[in-house]
Design a protein around this ligand. Structure first.
Ligand SMILES: [Zn+2]
Ligand SMILES: [Zn+2]
Ligand SMILES: [Zn+2]
Ligand SMILES: [Zn+2]
Ligand SMILES: [Zn+2]
Ligand SMILES: [Zn+2]
Length: 370
């Protein structure tokens, strides 16, 4: 073992023996690590959990890493420091451990368990098991396998981070159909755990009331395998001018689009974030857009709406009150498509085109398609 501090224990005796009446390693102010001190300051608040079937516990720390003697938790698996107990519980649950009650009899440590803990610790210094898909570290390979099954198993749906600043992601609502995306928000630092779906909201509330706070809905758990935010090609004024010249947008629509885009820019977010599930082995018939709304409402709780474009039926939809008629969100999405993937607007045309200037008509007609 190295001289590093240990942040996970299997029994109290182990904790008592670590410092043997020397100064407490978990306190900023020098104090003898007597049994009395350890019990009063640390054990009283310990968090108990099961890691690969072995009962373990973590103790709160008051060292200078936490700043000014504030109590905090050191994650034994990735060395992250968390201040709030609740966040710490969520954090280590994400590493694959299960929260338990201290009194659970089956968790009493035995010599066998102690030995397997030592094996784990050796594992840890030799190199922790990391998930290939999301990079999360685990103390044991069995925890890693459990995580892979739960997080990357049957329910492996794509998820994209579309706004790193506000921790907003998009992921399909259902496991079937056109994979309509919904927005979710998750950030440990911002202490946010939100899903756009009301049913998920209810589910998490019910879980919290039954003593399982921080339990994530099926959409939020997918953030564990989300990649980093990748900025999409930004909207350019030139292409908007071109659309305007081709009479694809009215003067007022053009103005609205410009306004909304600059407001998004001021906020440091993407006005239009395109979602091509076709790149994730799903149907590419529908293209979706997460569009900035500059307001929060029932239809856009996180300040973004969803625009859908069916490339076959040339059908545009938005979650705002305009639903199927033209709105600034659809115009913004058309702007992006016109600029970056014009062939998708044109291929829609090939089906319907009867005249040379039909592009304009097709875009305008889109509002009438039901
Ligand atoms: Zn102490
Ligand atoms: Zn500390
Ligand atoms: Zn951790
Ligand atoms: Zn993973
Ligand atoms: Zn959800
Ligand atoms: Zn709209």
């Amino acid at each position: 073992m190295t001289g590093e501090r240990v942040f996970v224990f299997v029994d109290e005796e182990e904790l008592f023996s670590v410092m043997k009446d020397l100064d407490c390693l978990y306190c900023r102010i020098p104090v003898t690590a007597s049994k009395h001190h350890l019990k009063k300051k640390h054990l009283r608040f310990a968090i108990y959990y099961k890691d690969s079937g072995i009962g373990k516990f973590s103790i709160p720390c008051y060292c200078s890493d936490g700043g000014h003697g504030r109590s905090h938790w050191h994650c034994p698996m990735c060395s992250k420091i968390l201040h709030r107990t609740q966040n710490y519980k969520i954090h280590i649950t994400n590493h694959g451990v299960e929260m338990t009650d201290k009194s659970t009899v089956e968790l009493q440590p035995t010599t066998v368990l102690l030995e397997s803990l030592r094996a784990d610790s050796e594992d840890k210094t030799a190199g922790k098991a990391a998930c290939q898909k999301c990079g999360i570290l685990f103390t044991t390979t069995s925890n890693l396998r459990r995580h892979e099954r739960l997080q990357h198993g049957q329910d492996q749906q794509p998820i994209l981070c579309i706004d790193a600043k506000n921790a907003i992601y998009v992921t399909p609502k259902y496991l079937h159909g056109p994979r309509v995306p919904i927005h979710i928000r998750k950030s440990f630092t911002l202490q946010i755990l939100l899903c756009e779906l009301e049913e998920c909201w209810d589910f998490m509330k019910a879980q919290a009331q039954s003593g399982n706070p921080g339990k994530e809905c099926r959409h939020l758990v997918r953030t564990n395998h989300a990649g980093h935010y990748v900025p999409p090609p930004p909207l350019c004024v030139n292409s908007l001018e071109e659309m305007s010249h081709k009479h694809l947008l009215s003067a007022s629509e053009k103005h609205e689009c410009q306004e909304m885009n600059s407001r998004a820019c001021i906020q440091g977010v993407d006005c239009v974030y395109p979602i091509f599930w076709g790149e994730h082995d799903l149907s590419e018939r529908c293209v979706f857009f997460s569009v900035y709304t500059d307001l929060e409402d029932k239809w856009c709780p996180f300040g973004r709406t969803r625009v859908s474009f069916d490339t076959k039926s040339v059908n545009w939809k938005c979650l705002c009150k305009h639903k199927r008629s033209r709105c600034v969100h659809k115009c913004l999405s058309m702007w992006w498509l016109f600029q970056e993937r014009p062939e998708l607007l044109h291929s829609a045309l090939d089906v319907h085109a009867e005249r040379v200037d039909a592009l304009e008509e097709a875009v305008r007609d889109a509002e009438d398609v039901v």
